[in-house]
Design a protein around this ligand. Structure first.
Ligand SMILES: O=C(O)CNC(=O)[C@H](CS)NC(=O)CCC(=O)C(=O)O
Length: 274
């Protein structure tokens, strides 16, 4: 068994403060004996307008935030999965990207969010990722100290096709770093995460942004680790908390047992294989 840590924070437009918060989460994860730390979507910053989001974007190699976390991963010998922005070609748009930094501080995986959040709920959140460039591929799962990891981001959670595709490629742990809105979080967050875990028979690790990022924007929090049986193994709270982590044991033997005892054999003669 091996310990995974999920970290929660409230990122603002102050990138160096966000980095300090993440560095604190690394220290907490090391103290808890974790072998990987999962951080939320947009950990580098959450801006107050699309123009500011674009203005703050850097390339991965020029980002003080990313370089700071690479250094942290290397000195703590702790792999870090973290959601960031990076500037897209042309400078008009950003990418919503998820990177895996290994224990040597190298970026070894980079996934770009494929479903963009473009929502206008009456009396509720209006958020548009119109300045975000859509990703175009699902990456194959890769080996880590906490199992074979498959990457996806936030709104991707609503599309089970991704996690099913990752499961078919033998994924054991799916990530959903997020910045869910409060109303959609209250209505859907836990149900979606547990459903993805149950139907893929994999661990689900969902690090979440929490609290008020600026005057206009607030995130739901409730970072979670869910077992392949759908149990919530660890959960953090909503607004009002400082940067914190929760941990859970990742037990690949238990995962194998769930898959062995209840094989989910698909009828791909009836519906298409994903
Ligand atoms: O804005 C940034 O800088 C980073 N990106 C985000 O926070 C994204 C786009 S606004 N948030 C979501 O996808 C929330 C999804 C959600 O809340 C739901 O599916 O219900």
């Amino acid at each position: 068994m091996v310990i995974a840590a999920v970290g929660q924070l409230c990122s603002t437009a102050n990138v160096s403060h966000n980095l300090q918060q993440c560095q604190l989460l690394v220290k907490k994860a090391v103290a808890a004996g974790a072998k990987a730390l999962f951080l939320p979507e947009a950990s580098d910053y959450i801006a107050s307008s699309p123009a500011e989001t674009v203005a703050l974007a850097r390339s991965v190699k020029d980002s003080e935030f990313v370089k700071g976390l690479q250094h942290e991963a290397q000195s703590a010998k702790l792999p870090i999965n973290v959601g960031i922005h990076e500037c897209a070609e042309g400078g008009e748009k950003v990418r919503n990207t998820l990177i895996w930094i290994d224990e040597k501080g190298s970026i070894v995986q980079r996934y770009q969010k494929i479903h963009l959040f473009d929502v206008d709920i009456k009396g509720g959140p209006v958020l548009k990722e119109s300045r975000v460039e859509r990703g175009n591929s699902i990456l194959p799962p890769f080996e880590t100290a906490v199992g074979r990891v498959g990457l996806s981001i936030c709104f991707d959670l609503r599309f089970p096709e991704i996690s099913l595709a990752l499961k078919r490629q033998n994924c054991q742990l799916v990530t959903y770093p997020s910045a869910f809105t409060v109303p959609t979080g209250q209505a859907h967050w836990e149900v979606l995460l547990r459903a993805r875990a149950i139907e893929t028979q994999a661990y689900v690790v969902a690090a979440a942004q929490v609290g008020a990022h600026n005057e206009k924007r607030m995130s739901y929090g409730h970072s979670m680790i869910v077992s392949p049986w759908g149990e919530i193994l660890a959960e953090l709270g909503g607004a009002g908390r400082e940067a914190e982590i929760a941990t859970a044991n990742i037990d690949v033997d238990m995962l194998d047992k769930v898959r062995r005892e209840m094989p989910l054999l698909r009828r791909t003669d009836i519906y298409p294989e994903i």
